[in-house]
Design a protein around this ligand. Sequence first.
Ligand SMILES: NC(=O)c1ccc[n+]([C@@H]2O[C@H](COP(=O)([O-])OP(=O)(O)OC[C@H]3O[C@@H](n4cnc5c(N)ncnc54)[C@H](O)[C@@H]3O)[C@@H](O)[C@H]2O)c1
Length: 264
Amino acid sequence: MAINEVFDLSGKVVFVTGAGAGAGAGLGVEFAESAADAGADVVRADINLEGAEQTAESVEKLGRKALAVECDTTSIEQVESAVAQTISVFGKVDVLINNAGIADPVPARLHEYDVDNWRRVLDVDLNGVFNCSKAVLGHMVQAGSGKIINIASMSGLSGSSSVFPIPAYNASKGAVVNLTRELGLQYAADGIQANALCPGFYRTRLAGGAYDDPDFVAAVTAFTPMRRVAKAAEIRGPALFLATSASDYMTGQTLVVDGECLAK
Ligand SMILES: NC(=O)c1ccc[n+]([C@@H]2O[C@H](COP(=O)([O-])OP(=O)(O)OC[C@H]3O[C@@H](n4cnc5c(N)ncnc54)[C@H](O)[C@@H]3O)[C@@H](O)[C@H]2O)c1
């Protein structure tokens, strides 16, 4: 197979959650645009419909079909409705990218951590992944193929307190990494691959605009061996690897793209 065919998504339908951060912002936007660039039609499901619609235009500009759906991934009913809309418009979901996520609203050590914030972070960052995977997997099993990419974090493979205390994020992303292993095992014989992608520090709108704060950027830059924060677009290549036939013999695994933070 020619190498450009290995990375080709022509005829595929990619469903990305959290792809409504707006043009030029958010890893979900990068996933959606790179999938369209590789030939896929793209569904953008986000709690922020306006953002999803805005960025759906960028998919259409690339000559692909786009569907923007308002969807809070913590609601199984909204997720099932978004997947049902996708099936009625496109007939299938080939790739699910579980990207919607939030950071700890107020970083704090555990004994001072707000209980509602704990529940909210786990609800979005872990339960949302469960809801979307549950809604899509039946269709993938029926089709005998599919790929799930769970956007975890390097914070799911280590603690973060040397930078800031984010226990709910660490707990939920760690759970996503291990859920990915279990999904890989459960569906390996069904032609479905599930892998986790663990970014380091990427400039997006995560954490209420933390990447606009020079002190935050200085701290995470100093923590990163490569001594820079990644551009959001730098996630495109690793995601495309996991979304295409390039990764057909890989499942239940974790791909870390973090400027070497975890190697320390
Ligand atoms: N930016 C980073 O440095 C970084 C590092 C590691 C992991 N991640 C992960 O990457 C993913 C994307 O983050 P980002 O940096 O692009 O953040 P972002 O804040 O720019 O984008 C997140 C998107 O998710 C949407 N969203 C939030 N809650 C939702 C919900 N309940 N239902 C549906 N959509 C919802 C938001 O509206 C937004 O469009 C997250 O899972 C995040 O944890 C980001």
